[in-house]
Design a protein around this ligand. Structure first.
Ligand code: ATP
Ligand code: MN
Length: 548
């Protein structure tokens, strides 16, 4: 028995508790293990355990881990546990120490972020580490709180999420709603009643190791700037995300396993490079954190092309059986079939696995499916209209919106036109819904068409469209979608819908150059759309201005 386990041993009567005894042998592996057990004892809490020196160093996190870097969580150091505890799930009798139900909530591997000896880091009171689990991923720090008045060694630590691709500012606690065992898929209730499959022992090889390696890889590439308290300089300056050169490790991208990686989805055009399924996954992992601001918390349709863009394409609106656990199924009041919703970067990458090439979210406010969150003006030029005229139209719409107090942003569509997007403020108690939003968009578009009837029109009829741009305001409805910023398009050349700064919206703009290959590097440099969230304005005030 490792002598640091004596406390563990003393506290328990192994004739009465099903927990593994301290003598149970389990070898250390190349990658140290971590486990988080949800423990419904006197008080519900989460036990974080990190393998250090042949035992599990353990902390009880009273409120559970948060993915929000601003949310520091109290982690109370408890006695070391044997490694065999990493496979324990079940119920400890009420009268025994820690009596209650224990769920294997998450497990995987962890590594210290620096090369320092983790045992020493813990003695020094600060351990920065990266974990690769199924529910939790990315960088964290454990910091011991200052010694108390009696100068005894403090058992109180703080657990804090690093700012990285896996952080979720403002929404760090939702992860705790995932209430199924990672090992047996059972809920707390099922474990408590002893029903269902017993947990499978943790696999120490194959996919788990590959996943861990992929995460270290992408994590370490972000450099040392990701400390918990200090955002990386680039993040602070541009209010945007750092682009870690994300690299695929084998067939694992951003922690997600991809099969048939070599499958070509976009064949070569004009001597350009073809895009494989793996290339798509790497692209999604790279721009995912940026895209999520516009996708998260909204039903999202997909265009899937399992055989590439020259094969059959499916427009998928609804959730499906057997879909990846990394994406959500959401029911909207009044709709029979549930929708698909993608809330994090891993979910976006997981969609590459099912050959989802395009992402078309609703335009509702985040997590409020009934409320308008943005307006979209979709500029659709007839085939004979030069692109410079579309640019003029976008600038015209911007100015009209500006006059009623709305701020707008422009993006290419990856197709022939441009989208002008206006973020709306979600006003407490405001009674404005999609009917009003649509009427407003119609009024702006109709005024513009009336002022320049030779250039614009607002009716869909193809016949009268020649030489003109169709101002499609019909995207502004509850269930209408528009392609997301940075979504690839299932069209030749792997174009993407590229967020632009207004300085780029010039008559000589070459919209064709924004592709899966060029967009990530361009996004790392641009400030386009950086003010998007700050720029949400009141639709109510805009309507008042337009009418008055
Ligand atoms: P382009 O610049 O080539 O017009 P676009 O993305 O604006 O590109 P549109 O055909 O104008 O393409 O469609 C506008 C939006 O309407 C799309 O982005 C998509 O979200 C939605 N849409 C288009 N076709 C369908 C469809 N068949 N079913 C559901 N939604 C669609
Ligand atoms: Mn369009």
């Amino acid at each position: 028995m490792v002598n640091t386990l004596s406390k563990y041993h003393e506290k328990r009567d192994f004739k009465k508790t099903p927990e593994p005894d301290a003598n149970s042998e389990l070898k250390s592996t190349a990658h140290p293990r971590f486990v988080i057990q949800k423990h419904d004892a006197t008080r519900l809490h989460y036990d974080l355990r990190l393998e250090v020196g042949g035992v599990f160093k353990s902390w009880a996190i009273t409120r559970g881990p948060s993915l929000d870097p601003q949310e520091k969580r109290l982690a109370v150091e408890v006695e070391d546990h044997p490694l065999a505890y990493g496979d324990f799930e079940g119920t400890i009798p009420t009268a025994e120490y820690g009596g209650g139900t224990v769920m294997l909530w998450d497990r995987g591997f962890w590594l210290p972020e620096t090369h320092a000896d983790p045992a020493q880091s813990l003695r020094d009171g600060e351990l920065k580490f990266v974990i690769a689990g199924s529910k939790l991923t990315g960088g964290w720090v454990l910091v011991r709180m200052k010694h108390d008045r009696n100068h005894t060694k403090n058992k109180n630590w703080l657990l804090i999420k690093h700012r990285d691709a896996w952080a979720k500012a403002g929404d760090g606690e939702r992860i705790l709603k995932q209430d199924r065992s990672i090992a047996s898929k059972r809920t707390m209730h099922q474990i408590a009643s002893g029903k269902g499959a017993k947990p499978a022992a943790f696999m120490l090889d194959g996919p788990n190791i590959a996943k861990a390696d992929a995460i270290w890889h992408s994590r370490l590439a972000t450099g040392k700037n990701n400390s918990a308290s200090e955002p990386a300089p680039m993040q602070r300056k541009k209010n945007t995300h750092t682009f870690a050169a994300i690299t695929a490790y084998g067939d694992v991208v951003g922690g997600v396993k991809i099969s048939k990686t070599a499958k070509i989805l976009w064949p070569t055009v004009n001597g350009g490079t073809a895009v494989s399924k793996l290339d798509l996954a790497v692209y999604m992992a790279t721009v995912g954190p940026w895209m999520l601001d516009h996708i998260r918390g909204r039903p999202c349709s997909l265009i899937r092309a399992p055989d590439g863009i020259d094969g059959a394409q499916f427009f998928q609106r609804h959730a499906m059986k057997g879909q990846s656990p990394l994406v959500r199924t959401v029911r909207i009041t009044g709709d029979h079939e549930p929708y698909l919703q993608i809330d994090d970067a891993q979910g976006l990458v997981a969609m590459s696995q099912i050959a989802a090439l395009e992402f078309h979210p609703w335009n509702c406010a985040e997590f409020q499916p009934m409320r308008p969150g943005r307006l979209i003006f979709d500029l659709d030029p007839a085939p004979d209209v030069p692109f410079s005229a579309v640019v003029d139209a976008a600038v015209d719409i911007r100015d009209r919106l500006d006059r009623v107090g709305l701020v707008s942003f422009c993006k290419t569509t990856g197709g022939k036109g441009l989208h002008v997007v206006t973020p709306l403020k979600v006003e407490a108690g405001a009674d404005l819904g999609w009917p009003e939003a649509k009427m407003f968009a119609e009024a702006i578009s109709t005024q513009m068409a009336n002022d320049n009837p030779d250039c614009y029109l607002v009716t869909m009829s193809k016949k009268i469209r020649a030489g003109r741009i169709f101002l499609d305001y019909l995207r502004n409805d509850r269930m209408a979608t528009a392609v997301a910023p940075l979504s690839p398009r299932a069209r030749p050349g792997a174009p993407v819908s590229m967020p632009l700064s207004w300085a780029q919206v010039r008559r000589d703009l070459d919209a064709q150059r924004f592709t899966i290959w060029t967009a990530p590097a361009l996004m790392a440099k641009t400030t386009a759309w950086a003010d998007y969230h700050k720029s949400a304005r009141s639709l109510k005030a805009a309507i008042r201005k337009l009418v008055g």
